[in-house]
Design a protein. Structure first.
Length: 300
């Protein structure tokens, strides 16, 4: 029974990864999860300089998931290279670094700093607001998506994954723009924009007013977007959004994803990724499927 998958020439022992921003850089989860059993660890977003993030409160629980407006708080690339990469190198898992920035130059600086680092792939988070364009996220303008993809690809030594925002009219337009810019793979979806109001206090539950909705509530939207994107592009997809069980993960793969990332579920159950890995193996055995790759995009 084969659970290995390949994305842009990088082989993963299984298709299960952890979603950026929900797992730190692995250290805080390492006592609950055998990192050696994961296909990859996707790190929290890292920028060219430390970011303090948004004011608190930054998280609110909602029915079927959670809202967050952390604001991509991170220690910056210098500390990340010195502390986080050496920790992950101790484990037999692929390392994917999530990159964020406020301008194309910011992204490119981080990509260049990582060029000689021992990491396997880069995931470019284009849900960041583009300060030079008045705050609209890079991922909401197809021309910006193509341009930033092209600039990152010029400088990257590792394969580049573009992480797409679902807060758009047509996800396939953004996917095609990233493919045209030279992306090696896509990951989707990032969070959907949401809001919660505390009726007793008559104020916003999150200081930022809006936050990113994640968890089981977004899963059907994510499956639909992965399916649509798989029909529109030829590059591999990493599917994410509300994956809590092996069934959720397999749904993504059947819709066209080559691999999956587990995010919000880690907060509810730190060992959930191990249960998903075991559940996928049990599914293959139960259905007498020799190779998990037979399932990728099998539902048309």
């Amino acid at each position: 029974m084969n659970t290995k998958v390949t994305i842009a020439g990088v082989e993963f022992k299984n298709p299960v990864m952890v979603a950026s921003g929900t797992f730190g850089s692995g250290e805080e989860f390492s006592e609950f999860v055998d990192l050696n059993r994961l296909g990859a660890v996707v790190t929290k977003g890292v920028a060219n300089v430390p970011w303090p993030g948004n004011p608190t409160p930054r998280i609110a629980e909602v029915r079927g998931g959670m809202l967050n407006a952390i604001g991509l708080q991170n220690p910056g690339i210098d500390l990340f290279i010195k502390r986080d990469i050496p920790f992950l190198q101790k484990y037999d898992t692929r390392i994917i670094v999530n990159v964020c920035g406020k301008s194309t130059e910011d992204y490119c600086e981080v990509v260049e700093r990582l060029a000689d680092a021992p990491v396997d792939m880069l995931e470019i988070n284009i849900s960041c607001p583009n300060v030079k364009e008045g705050g609209i996220a890079f991922g909401q303008d197809p021309k910006a998506v193509e341009a930033i993809t092209r600039e990152c690809k010029k400088r990257a030594k590792q394969p580049v994954i573009m992480k797409l925002s679902p807060n758009v009219t047509d996800i396939t337009v953004m996917a095609k723009a990233a493919e045209a810019g030279g992306a090696d793979a896509l990951s989707l979806i990032n969070t959907l924009t949401g809001m919660k109001i505390d009726v007793e206090r008559r104020t916003f539950a999150i200081a930022n007013k809006t936050g990113g909705l994640s968890g089981p509530a977004v899963h059907p939207v994510a499956v639909r977007m992965v399916y649509q994107t798989a029909q529109a592009v030829k590059i591999p997809i990493i599917g994410m959004g509300g994956i809590c069980t092996a069934e959720d993960a397999l749904e993504m793969i059947l819709a066209g994803a080559t691999a999956v990332s587990v995010g919000t579920a880690n907060f509810a159950d730190p060992s959930v990724t191990m249960e998903i890995v075991d559940g996928m193996e049990a599914y293959l055995e139960r259905h007498q499927i020799a190779d998990i790759r037979e399932l990728i995009g099998a539902v048309r």
